[in-house]
Write a protein that binds this ligand. Structure first.
Ligand code: PFF
Length: 486
């Protein structure tokens, strides 16, 4: 029996949820991952697919998750089980919640390592360890940073402990407060960096790289990566948004809240791109140089600009904070489930989870040094955690949530919860029933090589497929007319 019937904590202020959800969404995904993936997958085409995925899959799935969380009043597992039973459907749907919770935790296990990089670079900025370094030195410093398991382990331990301390303190005092000053600070820092980049000589190239669409530069693998990243950056299908949604007061508008979070998240990612690529191009660096991209490029800019050390310190403080407000959201599902179902106090649940996190994240950290040879199918443990979550579990989880909301629940359940105008509700239903699932499936099929789809050239055919599937779906679904027309 669950103990979730007691009143659930709620966010303190009107902006509590928006702040916390934005804090979860904006993180290393925007500033570290988005630029390096854009670099690896060829620029503008990747950015376009990513934006299309945010709009067509990310936003509708995010609305769904918040609505499921608020109506189900619990961790993903409990919320989905409750909603399924309210609709008279099998409790096996709660497996979706299990997968989301596991996914959030798996992400955290590699995320703390990257957040540790950010802390390490903050320390390097403070101690002057980067002063006078050339482009080549920066690559060597990044490698040396990873080669030492003791310092790398110490920094990821700091992140793991900080995460658990904040989560242990609870939703209101821990999570909400830390976000309210970090987010504006991050944006100001990025604006300063863009301002610097605009005069660095690489700005034109950066704009071209980010926004010029060249369909041939995007592989099937890149399409899947862009879709996975849309989930990752909005913290979807990993329990975070759904659990935060369970603390959302009834009066808040889910549609407006979702748009605010998605727009803020996308802007920060694009701003990060505009801050980083001018430095890359001005210094003749390789945009596709992988996960070290921001750590090798930004310190160069800090060196060259006036007050660079100060800005560098501020930047890495902000990045580390942005990482923390995301990492706390990744364990919130697990901690909430443990406290609701196992009778543990928040503190005990947090520390218990923290110990498991520490062990697994240490294994991920070792991928960069002692365990560099321990690979499976060419990937080490760190890469597997990233690959399994972003390319597999999140898109599949998102597909599951969309179908659950679109076809499994009774339509009035989420209609009440979402409270949208009939037209917007119809649009949301169309997205979760057809556009998102079909989009996810097609990108999977393409990435697996079962069909070679050229999305740019074959879009009229794809639109036709969507129309036919929608028609068949609507005609065969009993009660569907009611759903759209009432
Ligand atoms: N959205 C975060 C980022 O972009 O850094 C990462 C993330 C947070 C993923 C929370 C998943 C999650 F549950």
């Amino acid at each position: 029996m669950t103990k979730t019937e007691r009143p659930r904590t709620q966010w303190l202020g009107r902006w509590g949820f928006v702040l916390a959800a934005t804090g979860s969404a904006v993180g290393l995904g925007n500033v570290w991952k988005f630029p390096y993936m854009t670099g690896e997958y060829g620029g503008g085409a990747f950015v376009l697919v990513y934006l299309a995925c945010i709009l067509s899959v990310g936003v509708p799935v995010m609305m769904t998750e918040i609505a499921l969380g608020r109506r189900g009043r619990g961790s993903p597992i409990d919320a989905i089980r409750r909603m399924a039973s309210e609709a008279g459907r099998s409790s096996a749907w709660s497996l979706l919640g299990w997968m989301a919770m596991l996914c959030g935790f798996m992400i955290l296990c590699f995320y703390v390592v990257v957040a540790g990089w950010s802390f390490a670079y903050l320390w390097k900025m403070i101690s002057g360890g980067l002063a006078g370094s050339s482009v080549d030195d920066m690559a060597a410093i990044f490698s040396a940073n990873n080669a030492n398991p003791w310092s790398l382990g110490a920094w990821s331990t700091v992140v793991a402990v900080a995460t658990m301390v904040i989560v242990g303190k609870g939703v209101q005092s821990g999570i909400e407060k830390s976000v309210s000053w970090m987010m504006p600070g991050m944006v100001i820092m990025l604006i300063i960096m863009i301002g610097y980049g605009a005069f660095s000589g690489g700005f034109g190239d950066a704009l071209h790289f980010l926004f010029a669409f060249n369909a041939s530069s995007l592989s099937s693998e890149g399409m899947l990566a862009a879709m996975g990243h849309a989930f990752f950056t909005l913290s979807l299908a990993s329990g975070a948004i759904l659990t935060y949604g369970s603390y959302l007061p009834r009066e808040a508008s889910i549609g407006r809240t979702t748009l605010t979070v998605a727009v803020a998240d996308t802007l920060v990612a694009l701003m990060a791109g505009l801050a980083i690529f001018p430095v890359i191009f001005a210094n003749g660096m390789e945009p596709g140089s992988g996960p070290g991209l921001i750590f090798m490029s930004l310190p160069l800019a800090f060196q060259a600009m006036p007050l660079g050390t100060l800005f560098g310190i501020l930047f890495f403080v902000m990045l580390s904070m942005a990482a923390l407000t995301s990492s706390i959201s990744m364990v919130e599902a697990t901690v909430s489930w443990l406290t609701d179902n196992k009778g543990l106090s928040r503190r005990v649940a947090s520390w218990g989870t923290g110990i498991v996190l520490w062990v697994i994240s240490t294994m991920a950290m070792l991928s960069f040094n002692v365990g560099a040879e321990w690979t499976l199918l060419g990937k080490h443990f760190f890469d597997w955690l990233d690959f399994l979550t972003s390319r597999l579990m999140m898109p599949l989880g998102g597909l599951g949530m969309a179908l659950f909301a679109g076809f499994v629940l009774r339509s009035e359940m989420l209609r009440e919860e979402l409270g949208l105008s009939p037209m917007i509700h119809g649009l949301w239903l169309f997205m979760v029933r057809y556009v998102s699932p079909l989009g996810i499936l097609l990108i999977f099929v393409d990435a697996l090589g079962w069909l070679d789809i050229d999305f740019a050239a074959q879009w009229p055919w794809l639109a036709l497929v969507l129309a036919v599937v929608t028609l068949i779906g609507e005609l065969t679904r009993p009660g569907l007319k009611r759903a759209f027309c009432s």
